[in-house]
Design a protein around this ligand. Structure first.
Ligand code: ADP
Length: 643
């Protein structure tokens, strides 16, 4: 209580209040406030919290006893003295019910007033002391819990904000020592190789001791904890030497476990005093040990991930192939040095840039944006005569990865091979013509017997086959370098009719039905008429060749999205599914192609080159034994739609 207790007088009669203030309380060094109404009195009680109240029974804005009851609810320890003229029998009952300190009646004697005030103040002082005592009984354990939670939170924070394992473990040990009030603490970890425990973090141990500390796990208390996974103690009653370590009075070890395997212990001990550890310390230390274990586990995971990341980075950096990664939103998320080199990008930072802002190559952009052909292997020409094969893979939740492999040398090899084949084919033609000429002369020069005639026929057939092959090779060579640069408006219907006229004999021979399923004429396209005729000859020729007698051949045409689509359908042998991707390769013949059907395996290679020369695409859909559909698409930019 303050040195000069504060007394509040609440009464309407100012004469009495003045008397009490000036003549009785003032000289005794009490601080006095006076209020004439309940309202004002209540405000003062709330704001100034007086030590005692003297209440009159003459208030105008409320009944004094009700007011007293209300104020006691607000401040139960406030001593109240009642000054009343009422000396009826009911007074003591009301007085007792309310728990007031005293009541005074006129005339006022200073000694009575002072006696009542002192009694009241004393009672209030006793109450307050008792309250404090009671409160501390409840808040003591609470405070300890708060300390414990704060310590846990401190380590928790360092665990989430620190990547440095040393610092986290040191914090764990420091907090454990602080909380248990121990003299020193440590984290001992098991060295799997030697079977010994070493000190990974410590508090209050000498540095040299920490760095040289080794203790066998066998037959030691820490070893016991490792084995059982349970806490262990040494208390004041049983001081003992821990094998090859140091003498302690009291000690506590709790296990440090990762994924159910104990890898070490967290320990606190006292070497100077015998202060023992409390049961609640075990719970706390176990929580600390869990924190340490999480930190060690995280660090191991992190270093493992780091090693893997470094490995991958080295591969990506050293690999000769270009690697480009694009996110689902079309931004560049990965580009390795080889890819930078290919597109001459230097070492600019492209993190998060849109692919269009990084690359200028149209074909590459189409591939990276997942547009265009849905083939996983695409060739592009970067700069003049530098060719790359691009392989793309879509990876869920990542985007798309493109790998660029340099195939310039393959292209050159292919060109040299074509040059060689062209040269040889040319040189072979003249001797073959000579052979054919002389073979024909044999029969003219005189009679040949039946066997000789048969041999002559076989020679002629073989020479014809070789001539076909050479013709195809020469065609292909010419078409590959696109020698027929003559580009003109080609009425496709006329070309198709010429082709069908040329094949009419074969169709008739096999009694096949050919149907044209399109309205009107085919469009006029801009292209090379010779090549386009070869395209029809080969595709329709194949449909006839590989369809049995009486089968159907249908030719369809339509225009869609500025593309001319031509389809040749047959009801023939079909192509085995696993060979369909190879039939456009040079010299490839499907395994189900009958031997008696002559062929060089070059026809479709020629068709594909012609279609590509016209900026188009070709593919096959085929069911073995049922038939095949060859689809050719030529963009409308080339197919001029003037009918
Ligand atoms: P070929 O001279 O052998 O006909 P192509 O290059 O024209 O060579 O065709 C390659 C192979 O594709 C053929 O040998 C054949 O196995 C298969 N093929 C082509 N067209 C058809 C078709 N319409 N029906 C079935 N198989 C076909």
């Amino acid at each position: 209580m303050a040195a000069n207790p504060h007394i509040l007088l609440v009464m309407a009669d100012s004469q009495t209040s003045k008397l009490i203030e000036r003549n009785i309380l003032g000289p005794e060094k009490f601080r006095v406030s006076v209020s004439k109404s309940c309202t004002q009195g209540e405000t003062l009680i709330t704001s100034a919290r007086p030590d005692l109240m003297i209440l009159g029974d003459d208030l105008e804005d409320g009944h004094h006893l009700e007011f007293a009851a209300k104020m006691l609810k607000k401040q139960p320890t406030l001593p109240i003295i009642l000054f009343t003229k009422d000396s009826s029998d009911s007074m003591p009952i009301q007085f007792a019910r309310l728990g007031l300190v005293a009541w005074l009646t006129p005339p006022l004697h200073p000694d009575d007033v002072l006696g009542a005030v002192k009694r009241g103040l004393q009672r209030s002082q006793d109450w307050n002391a008792w309250l404090k005592l009671e409160a501390s009984r409840y808040t003591g354990p609470l405070q300890q819990k708060v300390d414990e939670l704060e310590a846990l939170a401190k380590v928790g924070r360092s665990l989430t904000s620190e990547l440095d394992l040393d610092r986290v473990l040191t914090t764990v040990v420091e907090v454990a020592v602080e909380f248990t009030g121990a003299e020193e603490g440590s984290i001992l970890l098991l060295d799997e190789e030697s079977g010994e425990l070493y000190m990974r973090a410590a508090r209050n141990f000498q540095e040299e001791f920490v760095s040289t500390f080794r203790m066998p796990a066998e037959d030691t208390l820490a070893g016991e904890v490792l084995k059982t996974g349970k806490p262990a103690f040494i208390d004041a009653e049983t001081p003992q030497k821990i094998k090859t370590a140091y003498l302690v009075y009291t000690l506590m070890y709790v296990p440090l476990a990762i994924h159910g395997r104990t890898i070490g212990v967290l320990g606190v001990d006292n070497r100077q005093t015998g202060t023992s550890f409390e049961p609640e310390h075990v719970t706390f230390m176990t929580a600390m040990a869990d924190y340490a274990a999480i930190a060690i586990d995280n660090a191991q995971l992190y270093s493992h991930t780091e090693v893997e990341r470094e490995k991958l980075e080295t591969i990506l950096t050293k690999i000769n192939d270009g690697v480009i990664g694009v996110g689902p939103d079309g931004t560049l998320i990965l580009i390795n040095p080889a890819a930078r080199q290919i597109f001459r990008l230097g070492d600019k930072d492209f993190n998060g840039a849109a692919v269009e802002d990084v690359f200028e190559h149209d074909d590459l952009l189409k591939i990276l944006k997942g547009e265009g052909e849905k083939s996983s292997r695409i060739e592009i020409e970067v700069e003049k005569s530098r060719f790359y094969n691009i392989q793309t893979t879509e990876i869920p939740d990542f985007g798309l990865v493109a790998i660029l492999h340099d195939i310039t040398y393959l292209k050159e090899l292919d060109r040299s091979k074509s040059d060689f084949v062209n040269a040889v084919s040319h040189d072979l033609r003249s001797p073959l013509t000579a052979i054919m000429g002389y073979v024909e002369l044999i029969e003219r020069l005189g009679d040949v017997n039946e066997q000789q005639a048969e041999f002559i026929k076989r020679v002629q057939l073989s020479v014809n086959n070789i001539t076909d092959l050479i013709d195809d090779l020469l065609d292909l060579g010419r078409i590959e370098v696109n020698l027929e640069t003559q580009i003109e408006r080609v009425p496709l219907s006329s070309i198709l009719n010429l082709s069908l006229d040329g094949l009419a004999n074969q169709i008739e021979e096999k009694k096949q039905n050919i149907k044209l399923e399109f309205k009107g004429e085919l469009p006029v396209v801009i292209g090379n008429p010779i090549q386009l005729r070869q395209m029809f000859d080969n595709i329709i020729g194949n449909a006839i060749k590989y369809t049995l007698e009486g089968g159907d051949i249908i030719i369809k045409s339509m225009e869609e999205n500025e593309q001319l689509i031509i389809q040749v359908l047959d009801t023939g042998l079909g192509i085995p599914a696993d060979e369909q991707s190879q039939i456009f390769n040079k010299f490839f013949r499907a395994s189900n192609a009958p031997r008696e059907i002559q062929g060089t395996g070059l026809g479709l290679a020629i068709v594909k080159t012609i279609v590509e020369n016209h900026h188009g695409r070709i593919w096959v859909d085929s069911i073995l034994g049922k038939g095949s559909t060859f689809t050719i698409v030529i963009p409308i930019a080339i197919a001029n739609n003037s009918k």
